[in-house]
Design a protein around this ligand. Sequence first.
Ligand code: MTE
Ligand code: HPA
Ligand code: MOS
Length: 802
Amino acid sequence: MNRTDAFVEPAATHAAAHESEASIGVSLPHESAALHVSGEATYTDDVPELQGTLHAALGLSRHAHARIVSMDLDAVRNAPGVIAVLTAEDIPGENNCGPVLHDDPILAVEEVLYLGQPVFAVIAESHELARRAAALAKSDDVIRYEPLEAILTPAEAKARQQFVLPPLHLKRGEPAAKIAAAPNRISGTFEVGGQEQFYLEGQIAYAVPKEMDGMLVYSSTQHPSEMQQVVAHMLDWPAHNVVCECRRMGGGFGGKESQSALFACVASLAAKRLRRPVKLRADRDDDFMITGKRHDAIYEYEAGFDDSGRILGARVEIALRAGYSADLSGAVATRAVCHFDNAYYLSDVDIVALCCKTNTQSNTAFRGFGGPQGALVMEVMLDSIARQLNCDPLDVRLANYYGIGERDTTPYGQRVEDNIIAPLTDELLGTSDYRARRTAIAAFNANSPVLKRGLAFSPVKFGISFNVPFLNQAGALVHVYKDGSVLVNHGGTEMGQGLNTKVAQVVANQFGLPLSRVRVTATDTSKIANTSATAASTGSDLNGKAAEAAARTIRERLAELAARQLGGSAGDAQFANGQVSVNGGAMPFEQLVGAAYLARVQLWSDGFYTTPKVHWDAKTLTGHPFYYFAYGAAVSEVVIDTLTGEWKLVRADVLHDAGQSINPAIDIGQVEGGFIQGMGWLTTEELWWNCDGRLMTHAPSTYKIPAVSDTPAAFHVQLYQNHNAEPTVFRSKAVGEPPLLLPFSVFLAIRDAIAAAVPDAREAPPLRAPATPEAILDALDALQPQRAPQPATEPATTDTAA
Ligand code: MTE
Ligand code: HPA
Ligand code: MOS
């Protein structure tokens, strides 16, 4: 059976999925799985190079903040294999690749604002020769600088009130009065580090000049339309001169939402100037040095609460490191403000978010987009409240959950209408055996002086939609060829998350065809115009609906023809198992398509979708920014070594709400990947800039992302049986980002283990994130000062190591 109605009843859909070969709700492999594992999947660097292709590399600033006194690029021009050296002066149009404000020069002019900022581009015969010549940027003879004072931390920027955008402030009720009157109070500070996206495929663009001032840009980007636009502005061309294409990315994770632009611009500038194809592929170290990351944050918080731990009033200031320019920081900070509540009702609350301007990389989107930075501090606060009350943090969490029909309005004014966090929590507490394990862990800790175990539960409520309402739109184009094969194009981009597979499933389902009959092509700005980034986890919600609409239009035309040929009414036509049936007769899909062609029926269509209900007032920070919420929860158990600070995740149980999943295998993959990636952020991944503002952790040697061996031996990931309360595509829910918040439970379990090591400590463990072994030892030492290493009696010698 196949469904024609947009408003699909969940149970019926589920049954339909299993009957139909098109298999909505079935764990079909990723459409490129075989290509991924065989190495045949083509990424931007695999596009066959045209004859005459040149290679670009970037000359980077050596200072965090300096005036460029003079540039003498002759040595670079004369280096072996160099064809040209380009600077900002060579840009015919706008020297900007910033997505919102125009504060992001493609190549620096007069002043450099961070160490690693591109100042010039070298174009050479080979990648290697271009890199060698670009490295001359390190010489004083090439660029002379007058160093200026650099602001290197959010704390310094905050002290000087130096922001890239005005502060955001959301206040509801009378938080100060409620905190003052509360029977109990906590206050404190917290900090969390940033995170490098570490997509396996680095930033890359390959620009091919075309006739009549045309440019084809192959770009590894989440946002082809934006690449088209910035390249056109830079060249002072209309947008229709530029086509941007992306077949797939080897990961984006937000890092290619805006920051693929610099690479697309430089490759295109060079291709335009030299009338030759030019490729710019950033080396991993350069990628680290040039591009922005997840915003690190420092917090000040305060809360008043009753004896059950229920919050009566709360206040937080979230100071995010924006870096040298605005990039997407405004929307990131807004999402942070809108996720401070996480799954909890806050009647009286004051939230401030600051976008601190520092002389470091311009921070950008990263899975969760500020949401994790907003919610983490709330979870830390609840943990501290529980420790002050000497009760299980789980119970404090439960006491603060959003209610149903009461206590259900977020600080920004949106009601939480689809709340399933309580039953989801109940189920997870049961399957994870939380209460019994809490007792067993206490018993273990009582008998284990060095190794301590910790256990923690944390929930997620994540708002789905771009928090800039107009971005919630998408288009698709479906072609049915005469032989009955189907080609789908949509505005979303594939970065490994399985978007193309889900969209193909949706289209195959419309036509009652197996997935093998549907092919999804590369994303291409000449096919779908004015697309939004594939971001905010909305890829399949938006593009799935647009493709469904396009396919439905064709299907309705086909149904009419079938009814003309077989009798009966078009509305009764069924598309299933490769057959179209109506009025007791049936024919193969391709036979009907062939007949439709001869009957001059249009066999292709576009489709368009906009998300209903969303609106937002950026001045008051109130509205209905999210179409719906996705939920999840996790229980994590760790063991720490209190002598070395080493730790291990022993077991993690995850229950996540993907609505009625279109493809459970892909969704579980997203949950697992998001969990491990979030765990890396909170534990092992540490960005460290030296006192000159040089990022010292710019390669896997010093920046430690989780490996497969960091996956816990017991990793139980389940999808919660649910369907979206809103009529999304097959009642599914977005799943890309929300799971990144699940490993808060890992961080909190480490805190729990530290607390167990110092049972009589009166304060909660002052553990910073990432919880590296050093941070864990620092927290233990702070709770138990006699543990801390005593100062050496002899001054330590410094000349041995180096
Ligand atoms: N999964 C993989 N494998 N690679 C990625 O780059 N990016 C994440 C998430 N999952 C990412 C991923 C981010 S940041 C987002 S916003 C969503 O996927 C985007 O895709 P979707 O909207 O189709 O879920
Ligand atoms: N997520 C990702 N990108 C965005 C968003 C968002 O919520 N809003 C604007 N750009
Ligand atoms: Mo995802 S951070 O919205 O690209």
